[in-house]
Write a new protein. Sequence first.
Lengths: 137, 447
Amino acid sequence: MHYTFKIERGNFTDAGQASSSVKRTLKQLGVDPANIKRTVVALFEAEINAVAHAYGGTIDVDIDGEKIVMVVADEGPGIPNIELAMQEGWSTASAKVREMGYGAGMGLPNIKKNTDELKIDTKVGVGTTVTMTVNLA
Amino acid sequence: MPTGEIYFKHSLRVNGYLCKGCTACMRTCPTAAIRIREGKAVISENKCVDCGECIKACPHKAIYIKQDDFGLIENYKYRVCLVPTTFIGQFDTKYKTKAIYSCLIRLGFTHIYEVEHEVARMMELYNLYMEAHPEIRTFISPYCPAVTRLIQVRFPSLVDNVIHVRAPLELASRVITKKLIDEGARPESIGVFYVTPCAAKIAAVKYPVSGKDTCVAGVINMDFLYNKVMLMLHDSDKNAQPINHTLNSRDVQWSLAGGEAPHFKGAHYAVDGLQNVLNFLERLEDEAIDAPGLVEMRICDQGCVGGVLTTQDRFVARKRLEYRARLFERLERSKIRETPPEDHTLTPQWIKDMEISEIKPRSIYKLNDNYAEAFKMAERMKKIEKALPGVNCSACGAPSCAALAEDIVRGDASADTCVFINPLSQTSKDAMKRIWGDRIKDTNKED
């Protein structure tokens, strides 16, 4: 099953619709609540990352019998140093983003914690594609 | 034929004679538990959480809450009226609490016990659970039984966040029963009758989530008792006997939204009203909000004064309880009234009786136990949903197009019932096209 969502820069208020919609399907499938939680937490974090840092992008979710693959692709500044970004507490979020309660530097580490596979393709000045996989079995 | 009563394991009933099939209840139900069949509302046993929103929405008073026969109290020598302060909030502040309670005695009760006496003990039970589960970040108060049931069916991943303690009325009935036994009463001669502001609390007594026995002999609907007392208050107050009630000012407001807050030391959130509760739980489940501490949730707006069996405007009732609390506070400050001591004592038996070993998740979304089958159904459902107009007109007897799509894949409905896909005649098709445009399909196809 395939889902596509759009990401709009700076629209924190509407963020979360993708994870809510995916959550609904996973509940219909009777997926274990722990796996549902991992999936929606990772997806929400990745969406917030794109909303906060990028100029716009898309979310593509594919669900099959064994796994959930989520691809969050954005056009944005890219991540200059992935190693740093993977460290807990390291953040380049603006003051405005932090004011909204985001930007604590937990995004990518939290995604890594909640997924079985994480791939980050990034090009400075072009954009970032985050591919996350959650295995169901 | 669904005429007369339709029975299921809830306290809610549809009166088939009064129901017009108007869809008002169906559209408001938070678990999509209602369908229209043969022109009448039918409530699904497995989906209903007894929140009572359908009763509030029904313009024909066709949904009601079955209560125990009031005559039942005559079977007991000790007839305890277990009353929440919400009941007092139903009366104008010109009536003294003792005048109201004396009416209850005249109606046949021998004792009156306020549920709010258990505030301190309930808080102890909450703390015991919270201390035993340091791994849980957000605790949800078990105060509102409809919230617990809503979590079971719609947010199954949050069942462990709910404090596994039974409803306060269960503790209150045990405490008063023990008190009477200590005074020499035989256990079988004691009947505790709870005055309920809502359907959820009846369900909590009759069909508890814990699966354990209740100590409550019967449940009386608050509106029924209000009418009886109101008649007597108007009738004459001459026979009123003073009854000592010993609640302190804080406890009087326990049932109101935000009422648990003053009793809890840590971080605390008070969420009331169905839509607010749904939004909060949805976001909590996604971890889109971080709420360390205790979340108090009430399905009814303003808390129990918004219950479906209350008789007064909830804002007025709230104000009245606040007024009484302030009055108590003043009297306590000026030493006219003694501040009642808080009783925290819990017997090992009470702790055991109040414990819920497991709150079972009962997801209403799961399409099939077999993943592969569920996957096929979900795919088909997605397709059907796309083909449906998305108008949510309810003419098919389902609350929304998504619900119809689900009913179709579950084999409970057919796409023929959609008037957009299958208008009744060419004339109606043309007329509807003027309103809905392209959403009226030219060809009939299901998937």
